[in-house]
Design a protein around this ligand. Structure first.
Ligand code: GKR
Ligand code: MG
Length: 442
């Protein structure tokens, strides 16, 4: 029997609804965007993937079509090399200094790689996790509850959605303002009741750092057994970070990008100094995002937890990072942004293949839960996602009606790449991004 060949590759820019989540980059708008790739193979199977939204990524994916169509699924690594060769220069500027990654080609590589892996897995009757690194390592992947401060959508005339009744208390809480310790504890409680998380991460970089420390203390009081992380996306100075960390000592599981580049020192140098001074496990998704940065991080001993998001490391790359972590005594984890359930399956499969001890992985899915693009999305129970070793490919089945509707939403609202300044300007007129100032401190 001949090996299947790709006959068609479709690219769908899609959108879904989001809450007014706050972070250092501003406030999430009413919609988040993603790019979904669907490959049709000659054996009648479909391979799928999801990566961040925005026209630049859509365009590179469109341009990659001629490299993909006609290729056998066994030849995908050559296609990936070709994409890197032809479009890699677009990523020369690095990830940028927003909270989210601004690169282009690496996301296109991931999209193509993942859809191929989905097809390969189906062809071989194996889960994608079994095709990565040394194969599937676990069926139960720990996931953390990603908590956010939430802005008041009523202060805008933007089309944010309100509470839904299908998701109980969580369906309500996730769309209402949350800025105080009590409100964040209520948010955590609703998320815990629905998903059973044993780890929570607070997205910081919003209020003055002292106030965020108070929120962490309130969370610890309400959930004394939970593991707690905080991520201000590098908003604090090194000295502030050391001070806040000492106030949170004993309640922190890890701290993520507490500080970043300052006074002529790189972000990696500053994190290395932070770790030397505090001895607190330190994670990043900002300064250890490719192999060159990884080499520098290792030499400097800058981070102990690289958050190797498969969307910007590729799926195989993310698991390679896990192997390095395992060998060097670091702890691997995954970073996330708003995403649909196709991305959830990508993160779950990568984490299922990561060797050694792993941290509970990030996912924004709880903010989107209910907006599935697949027929039976992976679910979070007891703070875990189950990746059955009997799965084939990513273990999902796309719902073409849902993808078409999400594409229509994208077109109707003329959407593109993420811009958190726009919604933020409703809360603070003329607001502008400052990587060193929490979003509500102006
Ligand atoms: O969703 O607002 C957000 C986060 O700020 C996201 O964009 C970050 O990339 O959560 C991410 C992180 O920095 O870990
Ligand atoms: Mg982060």
């Amino acid at each position: 029997m001949s090996v299947p060949v790709i006959q068609k590759m479709d690219v769908y820019p899609v959108a879904g609804y989001d809450s007014m989540l706050l972070n250092l980059s501003g406030a999430h708008g009413p919609f988040f965007t993603r790019n979904v790739v669907i490959m049709h193979a000659s054996n009648g199977e479909i391979g799928v993937s999801e990566v961040p939204g925005g026209e630049k990524i859509t365009q590179v994916l469109e341009a990659c079509r001629s490299l993909v169509v006609g290729t056998s699924i066994g030849d995908y690594k050559r296609v990936l090399q070709e994409i890197k060769h032809q479009y890699g220069s677009l990523d020369q500027g690095g990830r940028g200094n927003q909270t989210f990654d601004l690169r282009t080609t690496i996301h296109a590589q991931t999209a193509v790689e993942t859809a191929f892996l989905d097809l390969l897995g189906k062809y071989l009757h194996e889960p994608v996790a079994a095709l990565l690194g040394d194969g599937q390592q676990r069926e139960d992947v720990p996931v953390l509850g990603y908590l956010f401060f939430i802005g008041d959508r009523q202060q805008t005339d933007l089309p944010y959605i309100g509470a839904d009744h299908e998701h109980g208390e969580w369906g309500k809480v996730r769309r209402e303002p949350a800025l105080t310790p009590d409100q964040i504890v209520r948010e955590a409680q609703a998320a815990y009741d629905r998903y059973g998380f044993t780890t929570f991460k607070l997205k910081g970089g919003v209020l003055n750092g002292e106030k965020e420390v108070q929120v962490m203390k309130a969370l610890h009081q309400a959930f004394p057994k939970a593991k707690l992380d905080i991520d201000p996306n590098g908003a604090w100075s090194l000295n502030e970070a050391v001070q806040y960390a000492s106030e949170m000592k004993g309640l922190l599981n890890y701290i993520e990008d507490p500080c970043g580049a300052e006074n002529g020192f790189s972000g990696r140098e500053i994190l290395a100094e932070f770790q030397r001074r505090t001895h607190i496990p330190t994670a990043t998704n900002m300064v250890d995002t490719d192999w060159r940065q990884m080499a520098s991080s290792l030499i400097l001993n800058a981070v102990s937890i690289p958050l190797a998001d498969p969307h910007f490391w590729t799926m195989q790359g993310s698991v390679e990072v896990a192997k390095v972590c395992h060998a060097f005594g670091l702890n691997w984890g995954i970073h996330s942004n708003n995403h649909f359930d196709i991305s959830l399956s990508m993160a779950a499969n990568a984490a299922a293949a990561a060797p050694g001890h792993i941290n509970a992985i990030d996912t924004h899915w709880i903010w989107q839960d209910g907006q599935a693009l697949t027929k039976h999305p992976y679910e979070i129970h007891d703070g875990q996602i189950h990746v059955d070793s009997r799965n084939e490919g990513l273990g999902i089945e796309v719902n073409m009606d849902a993808i078409t509707a999400a594409h229509q939403l994208y077109l109707e609202h003329n959407l593109g790449a993420r811009d958190d300044a726009k919604a933020m300007q409703y809360l603070i007129p003329h607001w502008q991004y400052d990587p060193k100032k929490p979003a509500l401190v102006r």
